[in-house]
Design a protein around this ligand. Structure first.
Ligand SMILES: Nc1ncnc2c1ncn2[C@@H]1O[C@H](COP(=O)(O)OP(=O)(O)O)[C@@H](O)[C@H]1O
Ligand SMILES: [Mg+2]
Length: 509
């Protein structure tokens, strides 16, 4: 929706950026030209007093966004995953954004549950705790089911959150359009696309049925993964604004002292968390896209528990195979092969030079493999790789950026558990295993079987399809008649003559 409220909201945004000292950072990140800078500053300066002051203990960018409310916090979090858009420096600053907000009231929580689940609250739950966590979109309560006494976690969307988001997203679109007009140079960063991407992410999180279904799919995929748990969805107690999961208790994976006190083997946990992530990405093509320490715990029996399925990544089978081969090429330092894979997959345009590309890839791989084992990073390898491929004309792909960024987070979690971990050594067996399964004779047989299965589905229709094809082959349809166009022109001419006569007649009368 367009309107004056967008302008007011944007003035308040600008004023808050100005007051918190975040304005320059934002203008720098968007590579704003002098015209945009002057226009912005001149517009905002008289309204400085309208801006929020924010929490002065925070760095400027997170301080401004936190003061401006949930949509802005979320926007900052999404941007922190897109260093390709905002630059590495701002992305790192934004990563500290914590979305802890004051909880909404128990009364509102209970009302939402009754309305959404269509039953009196007391019939559903026998106990219901104060919120155990409250973030920008939702909060979580611990409860017990009235009928079975089972402990569950109930996640509830903030009342009115959709409207608040809609209002701010409208203002974001308005701003993006304004930026594209005022600063043509910024078009390279595709401001409108960034907002569309953001809207997509948030819309997904504003419908808890989508999160429930992601949790269900993830749980099914990982059922056989040793030492890993995903809480089970209680579908009959879940809806668009409420999601109920089995309660899963554990120690925070980010607190080493607590893990040690509970007797957990941190080195084993570090290895497992990385291997699980790689398996989900390569084997299943469906991975948890938000694996920070706040979303992981360690159960008493040593299992890693994952929470929060609002952001999941999906990679199709073809892309997974290509990337497994690329990683495998890097592991063997076969840069020529890595280059060829890019060309074979059509990722790099055929008019580029393979040998030159291979040389650029060597410059990516060698420094990383030359590092001390505890500093080797797959995430860094991918990030350098994307830089090079972009230079050689490959388009950026959102799902791969999410993969790379999650890899950064997972490596961080693993390193904090075991600072001396050799990431490559831990990753190698998973990549090799996947290669064995996905490329080679076994995979070929599987592909053939799949193709046959698909073809056989058409079995009963095949005779008819063949007959139709033959008939069409023997009687090709007549080419479109040129007369038709002539006829259309004649009709239009007739219409014009009639209209002119009618107007002339009208004037005469
Ligand atoms: N099934 C569960 N069992 C126990 N605690 C849970 C469960 N689900 C969520 N929590 C707790 O609530 C916190 C917030 O839940 P999460 O789904 O991550 O919400 P948000 O999207 O707001 O981050 C988690 O970090 C975890 O401590
Ligand atoms: Mg969370």
């Amino acid at each position: 929706m367009r309107g004056p409220h967008n302008i007011l909201r944007l003035i308040r945004t600008g004023a808050t950026f100005e007051r918190t000292g975040a304005m320059n950072i934002v203008l720098d990140a968007f590579e704003a030209g002098p015209l945009l800078r002057i226009t912005f500053r001149a517009l905002v300066w008289p309204f400085r007093w309208l801006g929020y002051k924010g929490d002065p203990t925070m760095p400027p960018a997170p301080r401004a966004l936190t003061a401006l409310g949930p949509a802005y916090i979320k926007f900052g979090q999404v941007l922190s995953t897109r260093p390709d858009v905002v630059g590495e420096e701002l992305a790192v600053q934004l990563r500290v954004l914590q979305d802890k907000l004051p909880p909404f009231s128990m009364r509102e929580a209970k009302e939402t549950i009754q309305r959404e689940l269509g039953a009196p609250f007391d019939q559903l739950f026998s106990t219901f705790s104060e919120p155990v966590a409250a973030a920008s979109l939702a909060q979580v309560h611990k409860a017990h089911l009235a009928d079975t006494g089972e402990a569950v976690a109930v996640k509830i969307l903030r009342p009115g959150i959709e409207r608040a988001f809609q209002r701010d997203i409208d203002a974001f679109y308005f701003a993006a359009r304004a930026i594209e007009v005022l600063s043509p140079a910024s078009r390279r960063l595709r401001p409108m696309d960034v907002i569309t991407h953001f809207e997509g992410v948030v819309r997904g999180e504003l419908d808890l049925r989508l999160e429930s279904s992601a949790a269900g799919e993830f749980a099914a995929n990982t059922e056989g993964d040793a030492g890993f748990q995903v809480p089970m969805v209680r579908w009959h107690l879940s809806s668009r604004r409420v999601m109920t999961l089995g309660w899963a208790e554990g120690t925070n994976i980010g607190i080493n002292d607590a893990l040690d006190a509970a007797g957990h083997d941190r080195r084993a946990l570090a290895t497992r968390v990385l291997q699980l992530f790689l398996n989900h990405a390569l084997r299943d093509g469906f991975f948890h896209g938000d694996m920070h320490q706040g979303n992981l715990k360690v159960a008493a029996n040593g299992d890693i528990i994952a929470y929060d399925f609002g952001i999941m990544g999906r990679i199709d089978e073809y892309t997974r195979r290509v990337y497994a081969e690329i990683l495998f090429g890097f592991i063997r330092k076969d840069y020529q092969r890595v280059a060829e894979v890019h060309f074979e997959a059509g990722y790099v345009p055929a008019n580029q030079d393979v040998d030159e590309f291979a040389r650029a890839l060597r410059a990516v791989g060698e420094p990383i493999f030359g590092m001390d084992a505890s500093r080797i990073s797959m995430a860094r390898l991918l990030s350098y790789l994307f830089e090079v491929t972009e230079r050689f004309g490959m388009e950026t792909r959102t799902e791969l950026i999410l993969l790379q960024r999650t890899m950064v987070v997972v490596e961080g979690v693993a390193r904090s558990l075991d600072p001396h971990m050799n990431i490559w050594q831990v990753a190698k067996p998973v990549v090799e295993d996947y290669i064995k399964q996905s490329i080679g004779p076994q995979a070929l047989m599987r592909d053939l079987a799949k193709t046959t299965r698909i073809l056989s589905r058409f079995g009963p229709q095949l005779p008819r399809l063949a007959e139709q094809a033959l008939i069409r082959l023997n009687n090709p349809p007549p080419p479109p008649k040129p007369q038709r166009r002539k006829a259309r022109i004649a009709w239009m001419a007739l219409g014009a003559v009639l209209a002119t006569s009618a107007i002339t007649l009208g004037n005469l009368l």
